[in-house]
Design a protein around this ligand. Sequence first.
Ligand SMILES: Cc1cc2nc3c(=O)[nH]c(=O)nc-3n(C[C@H](O)[C@H](O)[C@H](O)COP(=O)(O)OP(=O)(O)OC[C@H]3O[C@@H](n4cnc5c(N)ncnc54)[C@H](O)[C@@H]3O)c2cc1C
Length: 407
Amino acid sequence: MTAPEPQHIVIIGGGIIGCCTAYFLSRHPLYHPSTHSITLIEATTIAGGASGKAGGLLAKWAYPSCLVPLSFRLHARLAEEHAGAQRWGYRLVECGQLGATARTLATSRPSSTASGQGPAESLGKRLGLDKTLKAAGLPEGLQWVAPDAVTSYEEMSKTGDTAQVHPELFTRSMAVLAKERGVNIVYGQAKSVGKTDGRVQSVTYTDKETKEEKIVSADTVVLTAGPWTQNLYSAAPIVGLRAHSVVVRPSKPLSSHALFTQIHLPAGFSRLKRAQLVTPEIYCRPDNTAYACGPGDQLVPLPSTSDDVQIDQSRCQDVIDQIGAISDELRDGEVLVRQACYLPVSEAGGGPFIGETSVKGLIIAAGHTCWGIQNAPGTGLCVSELVLDGKVKSANIQSLDPTKAGM
Ligand SMILES: Cc1cc2nc3c(=O)[nH]c(=O)nc-3n(C[C@H](O)[C@H](O)[C@H](O)COP(=O)(O)OP(=O)(O)OC[C@H]3O[C@@H](n4cnc5c(N)ncnc54)[C@H](O)[C@@H]3O)c2cc1C
């Protein structure tokens, strides 16, 4: 960037990308609260979108490879600096692919899979990985998976290559730490980015409480609105894919595994007319819960805010039935959360997009697909360098340049 040193920095969106951006800006050596103001505008609540409802898996084998190593390292560093193990459940995990055949449920429940509502879409985490499951014994610790259900198991990464955080707690912690260093967090929906001579000048938003329209000056605007990015910058090829997930407290403590499953559901399972293969992901968490998510769907368009996301209870029930069919501990556990959110995906494939757009001072950091939790600290650091040093120093992210995608 050749722009003068920014004074007023406005971040739009308090998901994990916006909060990590605020955190790294507020810790940049050139940042000083007396010369820079940083305002983060959030429409609903911090981590109210996918950042509060994601699984939280972190992996050296994620993508894009230009950002992953930096971000994986930063997660470890942040956890060390701020007691992340206690504060947001950071830990290394074992990760494997599990093939299984569903056992009959004690009680059969109606299922949306059975009623055949629209095609299911992969969230894409396993892209590039061998999808063929090799027959293998279960490792120690996985006793909570019913042995009579298992058909195969394969480790997906070596020790130290996969970790996890509780994404909502992590995102909220980043916001608190940024606020402690002077970032101003305001609640309201950004309506437009004002420009003069091709350069950003202000952001107009509707205050959440008073419903008043307010204007905040800006030399730099960082757009981190996830699947809503297009509402503020129409050239952004980013759309939302809805996905459902659940959190269960198991009847007995589980291990520290993340499992990518392929579960064969025979005809008759939960009123299914035909046999089906489903792929819920199951992440055990250190707070003695298990998170599980199902596939994406495009049945309901992105609503105007994260508060208006429609939850299809039958889709949550499908996930609960499927994971209960391979584990007594999960079947007999207590379902704590049933939720849905929108994954930010790129219409043209690829993503995330990180960098300055053709509008001077307008930076995009969005479209992180299924690896936004993993890649958030790296994104935040790169954006803080772009804003305050004028160029990204910590990674070569030229391939993520938004102007290459017509922005
Ligand atoms: C089911 C599921 C599981 C996932 N699991 C993982 C995982 O295990 N590991 C991983 O790395 N990633 C995972 N992801 C992906 C990850 O959740 C996303 O990539 C990431 O949360 C995107 O963060 P974000 O900040 O860009 O968007 P969001 O979390 O959507 O945040 C955007 C924010 O912007 C706000 N906003 C929008 N418009 C405006 C406006 N006009 N004004 C003000 N604020 C606005 C919203 O309210 C929201 O808070 C998963 C996603 C899903 C759906």
